[in-house]
Design a protein around this ligand. Structure first.
Ligand SMILES: [Cu+2]
Length: 150
């Protein structure tokens, strides 16, 4: 009976140890907004800092291919890190602030559906919404230029 107990404890320990030390590499691809080679450097650097062992972004296809150890990283934290430096990912959007701090050449055209209309300084708000929301929508105001002019 005692041997069986010790035996099962040993098995349990082995299972825990193997799950902790196993190098489970996962590779996946997702879209990341960006423009040029400078974007490429920043996107790949952010991915690697978030734990990617491999990161390669193509300015042509806007696809980022990453590999990471599932025990130490995940796609969510990699995407969050990329969004933090200003680039939109499928799970996380970059803040207006991060986006605007990008070099001019790197300010990719943002997804119009997700652009926030009222982030322009001079934009008036009405009932918590952009007073010119309808105009913005009509113009497909991805760069919010119509809001800034108000
Ligand atoms: Cu760029």
């Amino acid at each position: 009976m005692k041997t069986l107990k010790i035996f099962s404890i040993v098995i349990a320990c082995l299972m825990i140890a193997s799950s902790v030390f196993a190098q489970k590499e996962k590779t996946e691809s997702f879209k990341v907004a960006g423009e040029c080679k400078m974007c490429k450097k920043k996107i790949e650097k952010a991915a690697k800092e978030a734990g990617a062992s491999f990161a390669s972004w193509s300015p042509e296809t806007k696809i980022l291919k990453v590999s990471y150890n599932v025990n130490t990283s995940n796609a969510g934290s990699i995407q969050q890190a990329i969004a933090n430096v200003g680039y939109d990912t499928p799970k996380y959007k970059a803040t207006e602030e991060a986006y605007k701090s990008l070099d001019e050449c790197c300010q990719y055209e943002r997804d119009k559906a997700t652009a926030k209309c009222c982030d322009g300084e001079k934009c008036e708000k009405k009932d918590g919404e952009c007073a010119k929301a309808a105009v913005c929508k009509e113009k497909g105001c991805g760069d919010m230029s119509c809001c800034k002019k108000s």
